[in-house]
Design a protein around this ligand. Structure first.
Ligand SMILES: Nc1ncnc2c1ncn2[C@@H]1O[C@H](COP(=O)(O)OP(=O)(O)OP(=O)(O)O)[C@@H](O)[C@H]1O
Ligand SMILES: [Mg+2]
Length: 353
């Protein structure tokens, strides 16, 4: 089965071809037009997707060495994300499916992130046989879920305010770093001292405010944001410039240490020996290293997507569509576009709304 995946939920325009579960092409174009604004401008994102979607799709099909007529299924992100941006990819994908007379499969973007560590691009990473704990950390989400083999998953924790990626981007902006600041903080942190300044960690063992952190798998990053802002306001520009790498490392560690602690606690409390991380922040080298060390200590197997599959990409959309179809889920012709996440705590099954 040859599946074309389309992803346009935020500021990446992407198309991918997956043949029998294996990625044949994955073209990703990251929009640069937002950097001057310090964040994604929804209107500009939609226009950029509109400008690029045809050529990106053509490239994905050409690189996979097929013609459009050989496609069996067209899949696209149907949410969550920016509504205008989603509509561009979704309408294009549905129009293409209609014109080619092929079935169309809508895919939930966050579910696709959750399963991205198991994308097969030649180096297959098989999903664990039993349940695994998934930490999904992206620009808009921070979720801890327990995922079962039948694709059902239980969301056991989520952020109460900012997402982890947002925490990187907003604190990075305070440091004068360009958007998205996550990768910039990552690079700087590699040269800095993470113990330089201790920023607060909410809802953890080290939190002053929460004594009942055990069994609480929710996150909160807005306090960190305020703390960084007020601390920076007390420093001179010269001091900040001199210690930029140390400050970046301290911010990164404040975020990463919470993500690792909660994930390991979740795995321990459920007696689960497999953990995965996914979403844009899973590209963070500090998170990858700290999570690996923590998992090794607990004899837990860690699953991580290749960095190209951490941030938004269409390979994960086509891959999840293939998994859903192979499990007997049907192609759909009517569905709800979901601009907002509906990932409240509770049990869901991938593909079911
Ligand atoms: N190396 C890195 N270190 C830290 N953060 C990173 C790194 N690389 C990317 N990010 C962050 O990942 C986020 C983007 O991830 P992703 O593309 O998955 O998010 P999104 O699609 O915008 O949001 P969502 O998936 O929740 O809809 C940004 O906040 C970015 O700063
Ligand atoms: Mg994403």
């Amino acid at each position: 089965m040859i599946i074309l995946g389309i992803e346009t939920s935020c500021d990446e325009t992407s198309a991918a071809v997956v043949r029998d579960g294996r990625v044949e092409s994955n073209i990703v174009s990251s929009q640069r037009c937002h950097s001057a604004f310090g964040g994604v401008v929804p209107e500009l994102a939609s226009r950029e997707h509109e400008r690029l979607i045809v050529s990106i799709t053509d490239s994905a099909v050409t690189e996979a060495n097929i013609t459009k007529n050989e496609l069996d299924v067209i899949a696209a992100t149907a949410g969550p994300g920016l509504i205008g941006a989603i509509m561009v990819g979704l309408c294009f994908a549905q129009g293409l499916a209609y014109a080619l007379g092929k079935p169309f499969v809508p895919v939930n973007h966050i579910e696709a992130h959750i399963f991205s560590p198991f994308i097969n691009d030649g180096e297959a990473h098989h999903a664990p046989r039993g349940s695994f704990v998934s930490l999904t950390v992206s620009g808009g989400h921070t979720l801890l879920s327990v995922v079962a083999h039948d694709l059902s998953y239980e969301v056991i924790g989520r952020t109460l305010d900012d997402a982890a990626g947002e925490a990187f981007d907003k604190t990075g902006k305070m440091l004068g770093l360009p958007y998205p600041a996550g990768p910039e903080i990552d690079k700087l942190a590699a040269k800095g001292d993470r113990g330089f300044h201790k920023f607060p960690r909410a809802l953890t063992s080290q939190s002053q405010t929460s004594k009942s952190y055990l069994g609480n798998f929710d996150f909160s990053f807005s306090g960190l944001k305020t703390s960084v802002l007020t601390w920076l306001q007390k420093q001179t520009p010269e001091f900040i410039e001199l210690h930029l790498a140390d400050i970046a490392a301290s911010i990164q560690w404040a975020i990463v240490s919470v993500l690792v602690e909660k994930t390991i606690l979740a795995a321990r409390s459920r007696g689960i020996k497999s953990v995965s991380i996914a979403g844009g922040v899973s590209a963070n080298s500090g998170l990858r290293k700290a999570m690996k060390e923590a998992c090794d200590k607990e004899c837990i197997t860690l699953y991580i997507p290749g960095t190209v599959y951490s941030t938004d990409n269409a390979a994960m959309i086509a891959t999840l569509a293939g998994v859903k179809l192979s499990r007997g889920m049907q192609a759909e012709h009517s569905y709800n576009i979901a601009p907002y996440a509906s990932f409240a705590a509770g049990r869901r099954k991938a593909g079911l709304k």
